[in-house]
Design a binder for this molecule. Structure first.
Ligand code: AMP
Length: 334
């Protein structure tokens, strides 16, 4: 792709002008933008001449697993569309000089690398597979999955090392070559990878797995994990000082939401004599401790990891804590 777009007073979608590139009912633009529109922004996302505002452009998955969580992350970070219910492929955000472009997740790494947009949300697997020269700015805490090697249940292969010379079906040829410890023969498929061994096309596969249900349903057994992935915010490498500052602001807004989602605000009452035990259970040496009207009683407030709540509650109850409240956190900075 050609060099980056000139920035200056660029606006992906000028406020007040209707974006004219629309999606169909399943929100699919119907084709890969990167291949047909290299180096250019889609129609309706063209720069506005001379509006004097430096705007940041961010590419977000238009469909698939990463679409909804990415759109909701933008919303929670205060970067929802200026027009509620916006269905255009490119729209300005309210509250910040940021323009969103909806494109295929697989095209995001290339768009960012080539400066078509300043940043983007996509999967780490796609960034690595494309070999994109971009900065990984922030792990977003959703879209978690693993790239695994798997073979039919009944096959003789017991470890990834056994796969030397085997035929492996995958849509991740680059990562497979990089991460498998042995040489294999790659079988090119464009989808439904799990079925390739049953069709006799391959001895095994390398594919993304989250729960492992799809592997089991297709009679496959995992030989091990090659790569662990989640959604990530990526940015261009060649940013000017101003662009870096704008990008840092976007990263801060998103980080505050990502951190908040990973935590809960815990409030409880306890006898002062039980305070040490409560602190030990929640793993915090400095929670907020507030005296209550009842002598000898205190309220304890602390941030705890969301994933720990299920373990903490019964332990705190057993330690005599009462009036336990667990509430979500909207934004959080450390
Ligand atoms: P999609 O657009 O739905 O094909 O998903 C694209 C991205 O979603 C992948 O590149 C991964 O980063 C992420 N993802 C998360 N879990 C899975 C999964 N179980 N299978 C495939 N992709 C996944």
């Amino acid at each position: 792709m050609g060099g980056g777009t000139a920035r200056g007073s660029r606006a992906a979608v000028p406020g007040g002008r209707a974006a004219d590139t629309r999606v169909d009912d399943d929100r699919d633009q119907g084709r890969a933008l990167a291949s047909s529109r290299r180096g250019r922004l889609p129609l309706g996302a063209r720069p506005a001449e001379g509006d004097g505002i430096d705007r940041l452009t961010i590419a977000v998955p238009v469909k698939g697993r990463l679409r909804e969580p990415s759109v909701s992350l933008l919303e929670d970070a205060g970067l929802g569309p200026e027009q509620p219910g916006e269905r255009a492929l490119a729209f300005p955000c309210r509250n910040a000089p940021v323009d969103v472009l909806l494109v295929r997740a697989a095209d995001v790494p290339e768009y960012v690398q080539d400066g078509v947009v300043d940043c983007g949300i996509t999967g780490q697997d796609l960034v690595r597979e494309r070999g994109a020269r971009v900065e990984e700015l922030l792990e977003l805490g959703y879209g978690s999955c693993k790239l695994e090697a798997a073979v039919p249940e009944e096959s003789r292969y017991q470890s990834v090392e056994d796969l030397a010379g085997a035929r492996i079906a995958t849509v991740y040829p680059k990562l497979t070559r990089e991460l498998l410890p042995v040489e294999v023969e790659l079988v090119d498929v464009s989808g439904s990878v799990e079925i390739a061994p049953r069709l006799g096309l391959a001895d095994g596969i390398v594919d993304l797995v989250s729960s492992g249900n799809t592997l089991r349903t297709n009679g496959l057994r995992s030989l091990g994990q090659l790569f662990s992935s989640q959604a990530v915010l990526i940015g261009r490498q060649d940013l000017t000082e101003q662009q870096s500052a704008d990008t840092s602001r976007l990263v801060s807004m998103m980080r505050a939401v990502v951190e908040a989602r990973a935590h809960r605000y815990l409030m409880l009452n306890t006898r002062e004599s039980g305070l040490d035990e409560v602190c030990r259970i929640i793993g915090s040496r400095s929670p907020s401790v507030l005296p209550l009207a009842e002598p000898g009683m205190v309220a304890v407030h602390a941030l705890v990891p969301s994933a720990e709540v299920w373990r903490l509650l019964p332990e705190l109850e057993a330690a005599g804590a009462s009036a336990i409240l667990v509430v979500p956190v909207e934004r959080m900075t450390r």
